[in-house]
Design a protein around this ligand. Structure first.
Ligand code: SPD
Length: 288
């Protein structure tokens, strides 16, 4: 991609081919890390007013002040929809944010974590310790490799699978295709649930329709939710969910007070309301 490190007059602009003609700009104070790994360009910035920011191939992956919204919702919606999630797989999200959230659940016995780019994990551990703290959890087994191949090698194993992918351009592309979802389904135990990064219903309509279609065809229970994240395109991002049994649109376990007190975004009402969709989106999903 040609837009790496386009910082003009101290402003980084995300110029994403998935969002043509529009850019999101953030003022940069310092470049803390900038290198090309085997898979992608990795940049870590100290912004002027928005904490540290991780950027892969020119696309914002997280900023410190709003990462909690995305990571809490992507993890806790499927985790609390499941009645007893013990064995978990997290694909992608080399920064460790989803792992940190999954690790808060005491019922979890084991977490497999598969990330293609080891360098992202190293950068997160060095520069984003409050996010990468999930890697310290002794229940986590790290697998470096392609998420699609890893998933296809797992059968009838997980209660919850969470996919924290980048956009469908670059290393994460095959994580938006039907064979990957077939693999996710086969990797689940009975009553299993998947939750995958589902882009924007405003900006990436074809991609979102495709994800909803695939999950509707494969799973008896399917739903699409969204999260408010100021530094993602359009200020929001979707999550595509599929379930082999449990209802998705409400927590199916009590959220203990001490658990709730650790969180900044997720709660029972946010869980339920995140599935309430605008009229044009309901129409978009009708009959597909
Ligand atoms: N448009 C960017 C979407 C990025 C989603 N994944 C972010 C990784 C944060 N753990």
């Amino acid at each position: 991609m040609e837009n790496y490190n386009k910082i003009v007059d101290g402003w980084f602009s995300e110029i994403c081919p998935m969002w043509p003609g529009v850019a999101l700009s953030i003022k940069i104070k310092e470049v803390l890390y900038s290198k090309r790994s085997k898979f992608q360009q990795i940049d870590l910035y100290q912004t002027s007013n928005f904490g540290k920011m991780l950027v892969l191939d020119g696309i914002i992956q997280l900023t410190e002040p709003d990462e909690f919204a995305y990571h809490e919702m992507l993890a806790h919606v499927p985790m609390f929809a499941h009645p007893n999630p013990e064995n978990i797989l997290v694909v992608g999200g080399g920064d460790g944010g989803v792992l940190r959230e999954v690790g808060r659940h005491e019922c979890v016995k084991h977490i497999d974590f598969c990330e293609i780019d080891e360098e992202v994990i190293k950068v997160a551990k060095e520069f984003l310790p409050d996010i990468a703290c999930g890697f310290d959890d002794p229940r986590v087994d790290i697998h470096i490799g392609d998420g699609n191949s890893f998933v296809h090698a797992q059968k009838n194993k997980y209660d919850v699978v969470i996919v924290d992918s980048s956009d469908p351009i670059g290393p994460g592309e095959n994580l938006f295709e039907r064979p990957f979802y077939e693999g996710l389904k086969a990797a689940l135990r009975p009553n299993g649930i998947i939750a995958t990064q589902g882009e924007s219903f405003f900006l990436h309509k074809d991609c979102v329709i495709n994800l909803v279609k695939i999950t509707r065809e494969l799973f008896p229970v399917q739903a699409y939710s969204y999260i408010l994240v100021p530094t993602y395109p359009g200020g929001h991002i979707g999550v595509c969910l599929g379930s082999l049994g449990p209802e998705l649109k409400k927590p199916n376990r009590t959220i203990p007070d001490d658990f709730q007190n650790q969180l900044k975004y997720y709660n029972s009402d946010m869980h339920k309301s995140s599935f309430v969709l605008p009229q044009f989106t309901k129409k978009m999903f009708k009959g597909i």
